[in-house]
Design a protein around this ligand. Structure first.
Ligand SMILES: Nc1ncnc2c1ncn2[C@@H]1O[C@H](COP(=O)(O)OP(=O)(O)OP(=O)(O)O)[C@@H](O)[C@H]1O
Ligand SMILES: [Mg+2]
Length: 255
């Protein structure tokens, strides 16, 4: 089982969309058993898919037990399972343990314990935007960190700090590998993308994916509350091709 943390320290870059559709590609086209986890307080992942059954991550953490497959909700995509979340339930407090004297202490290994008995091919985490205890809990046991990069001034400014996050976290989890950055919401007809993407490729080398995800209103529509579909269910050929290219590159890097 491979665990991938999808993380970027900016809002709205495409973490949730990538989690859903990389997961969907692995489940449908690659026939893998995939668990995706909504760890973000917006709970957008949970709201963007049709999910039957399953439990909520905060409840399982509070119960202090290990996860089983039954905790995951079934999606309309076979082999794609979701650990659901409710809005505003993920806080640092949830990731604290009580010591024998009753005091609280930060615990970065709660998720590691929680996921230790689950069996499948992939776990993909939709991490919160912030590098706080919840994200740290994921990075403390993940195999890979994957970063959706929005080619905007803010997105580019954050890039180096993401490499720093990886370096820092690898001190706790030496197994954590940086899979790299891929461009999201790309609009190649604009100068800023045409100019920036070749430079990113040159500077980041292997760490910058050839595959990019174009800005595409069909992706937004696929997630709307009336549809709640992955791009593979929705059937937008361009989005499907792009997520498949991205997933193929991920698999090449993992093997
Ligand atoms: N390729 C795309 N083209 C157009 N819109 C997109 C694309 N990818 C994502 N979006 C839209 O951009 C918004 C942010 O995307 P998403 O929720 O995946 O990002 P996020 O990093 O998880 O954001 P948040 O900080 O809210 O958790 C959503 O409304 C989503 O529908
Ligand atoms: Mg999100």
């Amino acid at each position: 089982m491979k665990t991938i943390a999808i993380f970027y320290n900016n809002g709205g870059v495409g973490r949730t969309t990538s989690t859903i559709n990389i997961g969907a590609c692995l489940a449908t086209e690659k026939k893998k058993k995939v668990f995706i986890v909504d760890l973000d307080n917006a709970a957008f992942l949970t709201e963007a898919l049709q999910i039957e059954g399953g439990n909520y991550i905060a409840d399982v953490i509070r119960e202090g037990r290990k996860l089983t497959e039954e905790d995951f909700g079934k999606t309309t995509t076979p082999n794609l399972f979701v650990l659901k979340n409710r809005r505003n339930e993920i806080s640092d407090k949830l990731f604290q343990s009580t010591k024998s004297d009753g005091s609280k202490v930060d615990n970065i290994f709660i998720l590691k314990e929680l996921f230790s008995e689950l069996d499948g091919d992939f776990i993909i985490f939709d991490c919160p935007q912030y590098y706080e205890l919840p994200t740290l809990n994921v990075l403390a046991f993940a195999d890979y960190m994957l970063c959706p990069l929005e080619v905007s001034p803010k997105g580019l400014d954050t890039l180096e700090s993401m490499l720093h996050v990886h370096k820092q976290t690898a001190k706790i989890n030496p197994e954590l590998k940086m899979l790299g950055f891929f461009g999201t919401k790309v609009e190649m007809h604009y100068r800023r993308f045409k100019k920036t993407i070749p430079i990113l490729k040159k500077q980041l080398g292997e760490l910058f994916f050839n595959a990019t995800i174009s800005k595409n209103e069909d992706i937004v529509t696929s997630q709307s509350k009336f549809l709640k579909q992955t791009v593979y269910e929705y059937g937008d050929v361009k989005a499907m091709q792009e997520f498949t290219n991205l997933t193929n590159e991920i698999l090449l890097k993992i093997q």
